[in-house]
Design a protein around this ligand. Structure first.
Ligand code: HEM
Ligand SMILES: [Cu+2]
Length: 602
């Protein structure tokens, strides 16, 4: 196991070094000096998008591009693939829970499923998609040519695919082993059979994570570490970009809400992921090199929980804040007015960022830690609900005083507001020690956090995918289908996780493949709700792909009538310029479809 770990670390290190060298030498040929010490091609970094013309084609483009919009798309596609994989886990979990016995999959498979589901969704889906959206739109919103460090940007992205393979390789290897076992003698490939999907939970609690003999656990820890480095690289890049590349035309007072939240998120990530990185290394050392950070009879396992949740709680805000940012950005557009209480929404984001580091032990109320420490964590946890509520009230007031248009993005905003109320209030209940002692490790907790993780986060991603679809693809999506999809998604989430809250309030513990028969009805409702979510996601995917290939072309940039209310913001102005250029140089005019000779002068 030890050798395998070292080998993988060495191979990864070499691959990374090679990659850095490759991108370094490739860029030193010509062009203007870039901020990160390399050289940009002559045509790069023009805000009008002229760089697209100089791009190489095919796979080389995607491997070597430093264009923030390309990298944005790569992140989004990667995150979506991860989400689908994590979603398949979720569907398998819920299918198992249709019946009280563990008869669809084994209990071990069930444990592996909730382990990989959690990690895939948190690490490989949410942050990559939000960073992808930020890659694409943040420079447009702040009037920058690109991110401050375009090649570090690319490097950060390309750490993710190996991270995915390391984290999720257990399944691939064990399936390969079973397949090969049909043709070759089993003892020739028995080392492959040693590698299994990990069954230790996404929180990797010691001592279970120390005792598991599965070498895949080590690969998973390495993969998580790699993804953490990628997150840190991207975070540094976003922060520096906003502070150094912001156009003079965009004042801090005008800076959009998505950028504000992204800077806060990146700041939290810098602090939190360095702690996670250390924790992962300590766990690897304990597992392979005989150290005893977490192995001591007294306190070691609790130490893991402290360090893990010191990352784990800020992590929940790392993944949700960009969603809040998108809410603050998109919701006013379809309410026909600017965001109510803009300054307070920004301040509350900072407040959440700071407070999120002071609440971690609310995940440990039942571990027997000192009651005085516990009480202080209760106080801060209750306090963090205040900035969350400030946001909620400002969004509601924006709608209240606005002229609402129920487009698909707006349906998602309204849905997200609703699920966040439920997720937030159940969080406040859990923050109260006496209630948490009752509900800890029941389905109530799962219901609480999924109302936000499955409510706000994917809702806002989908809202953004519809809202900005014309900018990314130049086409329009199928709007009635999108509205239907938004409604089914919101209903699916409310049914699934509403039923889970009830199940938990009735006392059913989480993380078991089996349950007493009297819960069957509630569990079936939950599973049906989950299938509705699954179908809704497929409808979204269909709409995205189909509209990308066959959607109606957009020729007029103000698709959402934003000019009317003075909200035709920078990214749309950029799009308008793009459209003007596209239709001036593509050999015809946008309005008329005549047989005139191609025009290049507009
Ligand atoms: C209104 C503010 C919030 C408060 C007061 C709060 C409080 C809590 C508490 C006390 C727990 C521990 C329950 C237990 O294990 O016994 C918890 C769990 C959790 N919360 Fe929240 N929460 C809040 C908002 C959020 C948000 C915004 C997210 C996600 C974006 C989130 C995600 C989670 C997750 C993932 C867990 C459980 C992790 C696990 O045990 O697997 N919470 N929350
Ligand atoms: Cu927490």
């Amino acid at each position: 196991m030890l050798n395998a770990t070292i080998l993988v670390a060495a191979v990864l290190g070499l691959a990374l070094a090679g990659f850095v060298w490759r991108s370094y030498t490739a860029q030193t040929t010509a062009g203007t000096p870039a901020t990160d010490g390399g050289f940009l091609p002559e045509s790069a970094g023009t805000e009008t998008g002229a760089e697209t013309e100089a791009k190489v084609g095919g796979i080389t483009r995607w491997l070597t591009t430093t264009d923030h919009r390309d990298i944005g798309i790569m992140y989004i596609v990667f995150g979506t693939i991860a989400a689908i994989w994590g979603g398949v886990d979720a569907m398998m979990i819920r299918t198992e829970l249709l019946t009280p016995q563990a008869d669809v999959w084994t209990a071990g498979t069930y444990d592996a499923l909730f382990t990989t589901h959690g990690l895939t969704m948190l690490i490989l889906f949410v942050t990559p998609v939000f960073f992808g959206i930020a890659n694409y739109f943040l420079p447009l919103l702040i009037g920058a040519d690109d991110l401050a460090f375009p090649r570090i940007n690319l490097l950060g992205f390309w750490m993710l695919p190996p991270a995915l393979v390391l984290i999720r390789g257990g399944l691939i290897v064990s399936m390969t082993a079973k397949f090969l076992g049909l043709f070759v003698p089993l003892d020739a490939i028995d080392f492959l059979f040693a590698i299994q999907p990990p069954e230790i939970g996404w929180y990797m609690y010691a001592p279970l994570s120390l005792q598991s003999a599965n070498p895949q656990v080590d690969f998973m820890l390495l993969g998580l570490h790699l993804s953490g480095i990628a997150t840190v690289l991207a975070s540094v890049n976003f922060i520096i970009t906003v502070f150094t590349e912001k156009s003079d035309e965009v004042s801090w007072a005008d800076l959009d809400l998505f950028t504000w939240t992204l800077v806060t998120t990146a700041g939290i990530a810098l602090l939190a992921f360095s702690v996670l990185g250390s924790a992962l290394i300590m766990l690897l050392l304990d597992r392979n090199f005989g150290t005893t950070f977490f192995a001591l009879e007294q306190g070691g396992a609790i130490l893991w929980q402290h360090i893990f949740w010191f990352w784990g709680h800020p992590e929940v805000y790392i993944i949700v804040l960009p969603g809040f940012g998108l809410m603050s950005l998109i919701l006013p557009k379809f309410s026909g007015r600017t965001l109510f209480g803009r300054r307070f929404v920004i301040y509350s984001t900072f407040a959440i960022g700071v407070l999120s580091f002071g609440v971690w032990a609310h995940h440990m109320f039942t571990t027997g830690i000192d009651p005085r420490i516990r009480a202080s964590f209760m106080a801060v946890s209750l306090a963090i609900a205040i900035p969350s509520a400030i946001k909620e009230f400002n969004w509601i007031t924006t709608i209240w005083k606005g002229r609402v248009r129920l487009t698909a993005p707006m349906l998602f905003c309204v849905g997200g507001l609703s699920t966040f109320v439920i997720g937030g209030i159940t969080g406040v209940f859990l923050a109260a020690i006496p209630i948490d002692i009752l509900y800890h490790d029941t389905y109530y907790v799962v219901g609480h956090f999924h109302m936000i993780l499955m409510g706000v986060i994917p809702f806002m991603m989908m809202a953004a995918s519809y809202y900005w679809f014309p900018i990314i693809t130049g086409k329009m999506y199928n709007q009635p289908l999108a509205r239907f999809q938004a409604v089914t998604m919101v209903i699916g989430v409310l049914v699934t996780f509403g039923a889970m809250l009830i199940t938990g309030a009735l006392g059913l513990p989480r993380r078991y493949a089996t349950y007493p028969a009297e819960f069957t009805g509630l569990m079936e409702v939950t599973t049906i709700g989950a299938y509705v979510i699954g179908i809704s996601v497929l409808l979204w995917l269909y709409n995205m792909l189909r509209s990308y290939w066959a959607g109606e072309r957009v020729t007029e940039a103000d698709v959402w009538d934003l000019k009317e209310t003075g909200q035709f913001t920078r990214e749309w102005q950029w799009f308008e310029k793009q459209l003007a250029e596209r239709y001036a140089t593509d050999g015809g005019s946008a309005e008329t479809d005549t047989d005139e000779a191609p025009r290049t002068d507009g």
